[in-house]
Design a protein around this ligand. Structure first.
Ligand SMILES: [Zn+2]
Length: 329
């Protein structure tokens, strides 16, 4: 997949940050240990002299093999001494080499003249991040979900709070166990019942597990595809939305209605379904209203997505009332 200059620069900057970070940490640790144990400096000096002693042994003739063996043994003793000093400090790798995030390429992004997998992963992550709209609810996580916003008076057999308790538990396990075999989900329910919050909480979990997620309101994502399609922007957003591990289309039904958008939606949903990649759609449309997208889209969503119903009152309104109340008090 091709990426824009910006994506390359951002991914490369992250690699450099990691590399410099690892090196600075290693230098600082070395300095701290040498100050505390001056013997370390002597050990290092003696080990560095070993090479000189080997060449001297060769030049002086005599039993070179025995001389080299002696120096080797001496070095092993010195290494053991260093290891012992460091072990007492809780350091169990007795050297001061930087601990790179990616040992294969030492955070340079290239391994044997090829782009390293860590760099590829960073490029992907950066590209998806740029397409997503995660900033909308920065604190959305499973921990910040509040069941007390949902009434606990039974509506039919279960209260909205009990229903939502089950929905949250399902979504939490879904996020924790997410992989490409996970099903697609359809979040249905009125405005303000927590669909976006739960979507973002899932997105965060899946991103933290190292997978590629694109999250966004349907209107914004489709508008980006449209701009690129008609040459008003550069990029390959549609390919990325098809290719990412999890695509979250928030608030289906709120976008402008157009044949172009409908065909984009069909393409996204269908391509991802054929590739076996999970998608999450949230909407406040009911089944009849979903039919506005036509038989092809509706049958795919209804036939393959696991439906989860969000119930309760509009949390945004409740929060607003709480704020106003606090302001008055
Ligand atoms: Zn690497």
């Amino acid at each position: 997949m091709g990426y824009s200059r910006e994506v390359y620069d951002a991914a490369f900057a992250e690699l450099q940050r990691r590399r410099t970070g690892a090196q600075t940490k290693a230098t600082a640790l070395h300095e701290r240990m040498v100050n505390k144990h001056p013997r370390i400096r002597e050990i290092e000096r003696e080990m560095a002299n070993a090479a000189i002693r080997v060449s001297r042994a060769v030049l002086n003739g005599g039993d070179v093999i025995a001389a080299v063996e002696r120096i080797k043994n001496k070095n092993l003793t010195l290494q053991a001494e260093l290891a012992e000093i460091l072990a007492k400090e809780g350091i169990h790798r007795p050297n001061f080499e930087p601990r790179y995030a990616c040992p294969s390429c030492e955070d340079t992004g290239y391994c044997r003249n090829k782009v390293c997998d860590c760099f590829k992963a960073l490029l992907r992550e950066e590209a998806f991040k740029r397409l997503s709209y995660m900033g909308t609810m920065k604190d959305a996580s499973f921990d910040s979900l509040r069941l007390d916003y949902y009434p606990d008076t039974p509506r039919s057999k279960m209260s909205p709070r009990d229903c939502m308790n089950e929905v949250f538990a399902y979504c939490k396990s879904y996020a924790d166990d997410f992989d490409l075999n996970s099903p697609s989900l359809l979040f249905r329910g009125a405005t303000g019942t927590g669909k976006t919050h739960v979507s973002l909480a899932i997105a965060r979990c899946v991103i933290n597990a190292g997978l590629g997620v694109i999250y966004g309101p349907v209107q914004k994502l489709l508008h980006q595809i449209e701009k690129e399609h008609f040459g008003r922007a550069n990029g390959n957003s549609q390919d990325m939305m098809i290719e990412c591990d999890l695509l979250i289309l928030d608030d289906l039904g709120s976008e402008f209605s157009s044949p172009f958008y409908t065909s984009c939606l069909y393409n996204l949903i269908n391509s991802r379904m054929l590739d076996g990649r999970p998608t999450i759609i949230s909407t406040n449309l009911n089944q009849n209203e979903l039919e506005r997208y036509g038989e092809q889209i509706t049958s795919r969503i209804i036939g393959t997505f696991v439906p989860l119903t969000f119930v309760g009152r509009d949390i945004r309104q409740i929060k607003l009332r709480e704020k106003i109340k606090q302001g008055i008090e």
